[in-house]
Design a protein around this ligand. Structure first.
Ligand SMILES: [Zn+2]
Ligand SMILES: [Zn+2]
Length: 254
């Protein structure tokens, strides 16, 4: 189950946040963490109950039934592996961008953007509907492309690592900003969490920065200002304080 490595990674990030904070003076908010953990667990349960396949079993199914592009067109494994990571990351880019364009999907993604303090707990703070949509889009692409189960699981773990790395309030060495040539960096993703519309409409990628570059939504690590305000800003007057607020958010207008 994905929540075990996710919680382990988030716990490690909390230790780093205490020692090497990016934004100083943030306190550990127990209730906030509890809400995020409940959302994450519910997301896992909902996806497991509704989806018949995980990405791993979808990969096994595609291989044994010889369906999907890589099982139909003979492709060397050294090429299949990186291509699998790239196309699954493209699915995440498209899914994330759509969630900002469609009013209906935005209501499932809004919980994640409601955080005004970005830290490791934000990496867990997704509405269960968004978790379901994400899992379904991954399984769909694994079947469509015929992605091997090993590559699908590798992607899932790399994506978990980036999820925690991009949200944790951890100061990163100066050279890390140069990684935005190929990868999504914490500064790039923090820019996306800015409360201004112009910030939220940039940097949709999860692992590779290539999709933001190709589709014109790239903003470099250097464009994040230290005093950037996070959250929904003036775009919403809704409250996101209680678990009830968070769970029923897709049904709320505003
Ligand atoms: Zn977003
Ligand atoms: Zn985020």
């Amino acid at each position: 189950m994905a929540f075990v490595p996710l919680v382990a990674l988030a716990g490690f990030a909390v230790v780093l946040e205490r020692r090497f904070p990016w934004r100083a003076g943030l306190r550990l908010d127990g209730l906030h963490w509890l809400q995020s953990i409940v959302l994450m667990l519910l997301g896992n349960v909902v996806a497991r109950l509704i989806l018949p396949l995980s990405v791993f079993s979808a990969g096994i199914y595609a291989a044994s039934h010889e369906i999907g592009l890589f099982n139909v067109i003979e492709t060397p494994i050294w090429l299949v592996f990186p291509l699998s990571l790239l196309v699954l990351d493209l699915v995440d880019y498209m899914r994330h961008r759509l969630m900002h364009i469609s009013e209906t999907l935005w209501r499932a993604h809004r919980v994640h953007h409601s955080d005004e303090v970005i830290d490791a707990s934000t990496a867990l703070r997704f509405h269960p509907l968004e978790a379901l949509i994400t899992a379904a889009s991954h399984v769909g692409m694994v079947l469509l492309a015929g992605i091997p189960p090993e590559a699908a699981v590798t992607f899932a773990f790399v994506a978990l690592f980036f999820d925690v790395w991009e949200h944790a309030n951890v100061h990163t060495p100066h050279f890390v900003r140069h990684l935005d040539l190929v990868l999504i960096t914490p500064s790039m993703h923090r820019f996306h969490h800015g409360s201004e519309e112009v910030q939220m409409s940039k940097n949709f990628g999860v692992i590779f920065s290539v999709w933001d570059r190709v589709f014109g939504t790239f903003r470099s690590s250097t464009e994040l200002h230290a005093d950037t305000r996070f959250g929904l800003g003036g775009s919403s007057t809704l409250s996101f304080r209680t678990l009830r607020d968070l769970l029923f958010d897709p049904l709320r207008k505003g």
